[in-house]
Design a protein around this ligand. Structure first.
Ligand code: SAH
Length: 262
């Protein structure tokens, strides 16, 4: 008689930004051994489901409430299943995972998290940029405009814009005019470079580049209304150049390398 497994678990997996090769090796292994998968259907590449064993039940969470997701997890794990909960990009950014963790904690269901490549990094890769240039910015702000989900007033885009740090704005391209208005109100000059990267790493990726003056029109013409990263800051196109790194400067000494005299 085969022994019944009773010790199920849930593994939250970052699916990456779209390209199915951008999931981690650990994420692939979790999918390969999953007994059930619950995936965020609106953004996760369905090709990833092909990694599961044939016949593995899959559920698109776009049609489910939190309670329904939890009840699937409860049912499955009580029968010993390993359930993969597949979230787009990295689960810790706008993934609504904490509320799932809290329910699982309450019911003493084991779970773990495998990180993923966030769309913010896929967007930077698409346009081949570095967020952190010496003298330009050493800070990246990840944020969004308030929508149906509110943003605390102290984090209003115009307030964050005062830092003029490198910025990545999620979930906001449908209201590009408000994004630009807030950035200008906060103090970014109208000539500040800005890029919109839609569907980064997907075959139909689109890249628009301009300034705060020109980008609204470009986004309108391209008809981009969702699934886009908005990247803003001088790191995109430093008008007056930038300082080279210390780390790779021949005259700079550090733990692993003796620098030469200047
Ligand atoms: N956890 C995800 C973000 C989920 S919120 C991550 O780490 O990327 C959804 C928002 O992410 C979208 O509105 C969009 O702003 C951004 N996004 C997700 N996938 C994207 C992609 N492939 N290209 C550009 N932006 C993307």
């Amino acid at each position: 008689m085969s022994q019944k497994k009773t010790n199920g678990e849930v593994i939250f997996v970052g699916a990456g930004p779209g390209d199915p090769e951008l999931i981690t090796v650990k994420g692939v292994r979790a999918l390969e051994r999953a007994d059930r998968v619950i995936y965020a259907g609106s953004l996760v590449n369905p090709e990833l489901l092909g990694l599961c064993r044939q016949g593995t039940p899959v559920h698109d969470s776009a049609h489910l409430t939190l309670e329904e997701v939890i009840s699937l997890m409860y049912e499955g794990t009580s029968h010993g299943e390993t359930i993969v909960r597949l979230h787009t990009g990295d689960p810790s950014m706008y993934g609504a995972i904490k509320e799932q963790f809290d329910h699982l904690d309450q019911q003493a269901i084991r779970y773990s998290v495998i990180p993923g490549v966030s769309s913010v990094f896929a967007a930077a890769a698409a346009i081949k940029r570095e967020f952190t240039l010496p003298d330009i910015s050493q800070t990246l702000i990840l944020t969004r405009l308030a929508g149906r989900t509110p943003v605390p007033e102290r984090e209003a885009l115009a307030k964050l814009a005062k830092h003029q740090a490198s910025m990545a704005i999620f979930l906001s391209v449908q209201d590009m005019q408000s994004v630009v208005d807030a950035l200008v109100e906060g103090g970014y000059p109208a000539s500040t470079p800005i890029a919109v990267i839609a569907k980064a790493s997907w075959p139909d990726e689109e890249i628009l580049q301009g300034t705060l003056e020109t980008i609204v029109e470009k986004v309108k013409l391209a008809g981009i209304r969702k699934q886009a990263q908005i990247l803003v800051g001088d790191f995109l196109d430093p008008a007056n150049g930038y300082a080279r790194s210390k780390l790779y400067d021949p005259t700079f000494t550090h733990e692993y390398r003796q620098g030469s005299k200047p």
